[in-house]
Design a protein around this ligand. Sequence first.
Ligand SMILES: Nc1nc2c(ncn2[C@@H]2O[C@H](COP(=O)(O)OP(=O)(O)OP(=O)(O)O)[C@@H](O)[C@H]2O)c(=O)[nH]1
Ligand SMILES: [Mg+2]
Length: 292
Amino acid sequence: MEPSYMPVESEAKRPRSMNGGSASRVEKLALVIPTLHEVESLRGLLTRVRAVLDTVGVPYEVVVVDDDSGDGTDEVVSAIAQEDPRVRLLVRKGRRGLAGAILHGWESTDAGILGVMDADLQHPPELLPELLTALLEGQDLVIGSRYARGGRLSEWSAVRRLISAAAVLVTRPLQRPRLRANDPMSGFFLVRRHCVQEVAFRRTGFKLLLEILVRGRIGSVREVPFAFARRSAGSSKASLSVAREYVLLLVSLYGKRWDFGIRRVLVRMAGRTYGAKGPEATCAAAGSRLLP
Ligand SMILES: Nc1nc2c(ncn2[C@@H]2O[C@H](COP(=O)(O)OP(=O)(O)OP(=O)(O)O)[C@@H](O)[C@H]2O)c(=O)[nH]1
Ligand SMILES: [Mg+2]
């Protein structure tokens, strides 16, 4: 059977560390695959992911985080994990939420490079070497991007395209100008651990990347284009409750932004009142008096 993915470039680029660099000097990658009723595509996905990662010379583990799907996911992953200890299964009972599942997987590892991809074969594992290359070249965050030049959405209806474009548009004012991504809703990305450590992200939402872009300790971002494939099996988890969670995330992020803006105005006013010189002195002066 033809693979359902469509790599944008015919030959995936290899991380530089493969060429001469010893794997032990390279940080480990922990790739989380969140699953909810995805057993049909999981075996094929894990085979492809391992085949690709085996060629790159980077130590890695693949962590499947399943929210108790009860569809045989645990048997499939456990069987593979028995042969290959780099594959791990975590089952969350009584909990749901994509962002929480990803964070759960990341919290279970000491890897310096954290990643995530969907289980339904919409994200081509063959892009992983290129994502890793960009990260090892010094980027903090590397995104598999449907909206970067050269990326594609396949077979989405006009309505879904429109909703997606609008959802991206409303994130523009939130994103930091120097770090702005065209696809802040992607579920396919790698990030350095220190960029997300000790940041309290929302666990209920679907769009962790957006929150990382806005609230993470990110110094650089690169987008790598790819063609988002059609779902090969199973059913979509994108639903009204996912849309609701997205609105709540936006409200929370805009709320923090406006709160911060108001505080800055207060700080400036306080600076004038107390006659502090320069922004730092102003902050110090106002911070001790006005801010909680
Ligand atoms: N563990 C866990 N995984 C989830 C949850 N919701 C979604 N996922 C997984 O997250 C990934 C993305 O979900 P999808 O349903 O593919 O979302 P989507 O790609 O935006 O929508 P489609 O294009 O319709 O597939 C898939 O691997 C899902 O199985 C959840 O609550 N818990
Ligand atoms: Mg999907």
